[in-house]
Ligand binder design. Structure first.
Ligand code: PHE
Length: 510
């Protein structure tokens, strides 16, 4: 087991681009506008920005700086913070592993829709036919039964996995090469769509709805909850990703500035997507249809808008291609970043060749992802997505903040963040307050809210068969949180064969 030199980013821009690529994903394109529609447009925008300042930016800096200090992925970095906290690193890696299995399939569906868009040409004005294109192509049963895999989905799944593997086959090296394209292409496509959207009559209505805050929306408690959840999801934190990306940084990085650039770029793309969504929906008179369920928006509602854009069939079809290509290029760098997070985390822990781990992770998650490619895949994906994001991710966030805020010295983290900056220093009080109090408290409220919704509002399950939710929801969550304990057993046996766990600790250099 030779310790080879660690991968590093080729340049400062590469790290920033790769992180923006990860942060900017399907969440920006379909979740953000949907939440804005739910919460009075501008009102949500304002609260989102506040949550970004109070929680998003400090936690992003926290993860990146700790990983840069140790040059290790999530598991080892958390072990470095406190040996007892290692299981939190395992939980976030395991949760990321689960997310990989389905995010790749969402990516595959988007690719499928790029090809299916030709069908919009013959559907001008026919919203019902358009809304069925996705369901027909994936042959979805909308339920947890139906286990065959349609050929088209299988092929797109193969393409999705091949692309993901190609992008990360050489770790930071190959990631650096592709993010130059995968970050800018979707932004260009979004700009093209914004021009079309904003020039449609009726677009003004939509833009007004998006930008002008509605005062009465402030009184809704779920506004804050949704904003915090969105900030959290969108920045790719607590997913082992920012640990991996931070671990490839060199000592001279100015973390304070770079993380702000990442967070603001992410917010900017969310706003741009909002402009596209609201202007287009205003243009086709469908403003009331914007929903916060991403899958429904992208695959069912948006097609209805596409066929109503103009009277020219081929133009609508072309617009469909642009829309789904935009989604595909948005999704790709988020998809591979999360695989990279998992494989960096595991290869650092066991000090094995990261390239090999990447292959194994892609292989295993690839096989598991067949579940979501089946005719019942949509339902399974919905269940897993609910649990990984609304329960696991939030719990991991709380535990990570408590471990770092209360069982470690936050000042050391602050010092790391501000190490290479003289001009723009992150105020100590901001980070301390956020990591120790604001973030864990806000996340706890969010967690309790989600649990309340699940048990009280939804009577214990989200609407699928209880057995399915027990397996794909609760059992998977249990495995995620037990992963640290399971790993301990594996390590115990590995130790008998001579494996030595690394002693990793935070040494102050100056
Ligand atoms: N930040 C991503 C988004 O907005 C979330 C994500 C990243 C999900 C990586 C999965 C993997 O879509």
């Amino acid at each position: 087991m030779s310790e080879k030199k660690r991968d590093t980013w080729g340049s400062r821009a590469t790290f920033i681009l790769a992180s923006i690529g990860s942060a900017v994903g399907l969440g920006n394109a379909w979740r953000f506008p949907g939440l804005a529609a739910k919460h009075g447009g501008g009102t949500f925008l304002l609260v989102y920005l506040v949550a970004l300042f109070l929680i998003g930016i400090p936690l992003l800096m926290m993860e990146v700086s700790i990983a840069r200090k140790f040059h290790k992925g999530a598991i080892e970095s958390m072990r470095g913070i406190n040996k007892k906290a290692e299981f939190i690193g395992w939980a976030s890696t395991a949760n990321a592993f689960v997310i990989v299995t389905y995010y790749a399939v969402v990516f595959a569906w988007v690719i499928l829709m790029v090809f299916m868009s030709y069908r919009f040409a013959g559907m001008t004005g026919d919203a019902v036919a358009a809304s069925n294109v996705f369901a027909n192509a994936t042959e979805t049963t909308w339920d947890v039964t139906g286990y065959t895999v349609p050929l088209a989905v299988l092929i797109c799944g193969g393409v999705a996995w091949a692309t993901i593997y190609y992008c990360i086959r050489n770790g930071a090296h190959s990631v650096g090469k592709v993010v130059k394209y995968t970050v800018f292409v979707p932004i260009i496509l979004l700009l093209v769509m914004a021009v079309k959207g904003c020039t449609m009559p009726g677009a003004g209505e939509g833009l007004k709805m998006f930008f002008i805050p509605k005062i009465e929306a402030f009184s809704d408690a779920s506004l804050w909850i949704d904003a915090i959840g969105q900030v959290f999801y969108s920045l790719s934190i607590m997913m082992a990703i920012m640990f991996a990306y931070g671990s490839y940084l060199d000592e001279s990085t100015n973390l304070a500035t770079d993380c702000c650039i990442i967070a603001f770029s992410d917010a900017a793309v969310s706003i741009l997507s909002g402009i596209v969504m609201f202007s287009t929906m205003g243009g086709v008179g469908m403003l009331d249809n914007i929903s916060s369920s991403g899958i429904a928006t992208a695959f069912i509602i948006y097609p209805q808008a596409i066929v109503n854009m103009t009277n020219v069939g081929w133009f609508n079809a072309l617009f469909g291609v642009i829309f789904y290509l935009m989604l595909a290029t948005l999704a790709i760098d988020s998809a591979f970043s999360i695989v990279e997070g998992v494989s960096a985390s595991i290869s650092d822990k066991f000090r094995v060749n990261p390239r090999k781990v990447t292959k194994i992770v892609c292989g295993i998650t690839g096989v598991i992802s067949f579940i979501y490619m089946t005719r019942s895949g949509l339902a399974w994906l919905d269940i897993v997505d609910n649990w990984t994001n609304q329960i696991n991710l939030i719990l991991i966030g709380i535990m990570e903040c408590v471990a770092i805020g209360w069982f470690f010295d936050v000042d050391k983290v602050v010092k790391q963040i501000n190490r290479n900056t003289t001009k723009f220093k992150m105020p100590r009080i901001w980070l301390r307050a956020s990591i120790r109090f604001i973030a864990p408290i806000a996340l706890t409220i969010l967690f309790v809210w989600n649990i309340y919704n699940l048990f009280v509002v939804n009577h214990g399950h989200y609407g699928y068969a209880l057995w399915a939710e027990c397996i794909a929801g609760w059992a998977v969550s249990a495995l995620v949180f037990l992963s640290g304990a399971i790993a301990k057993i594996v390590i115990h046996f590995k130790k008998k064969k001579g494996f030595v766990e690394s002693e990793i600790e935070w040494k102050e250099e100056d």
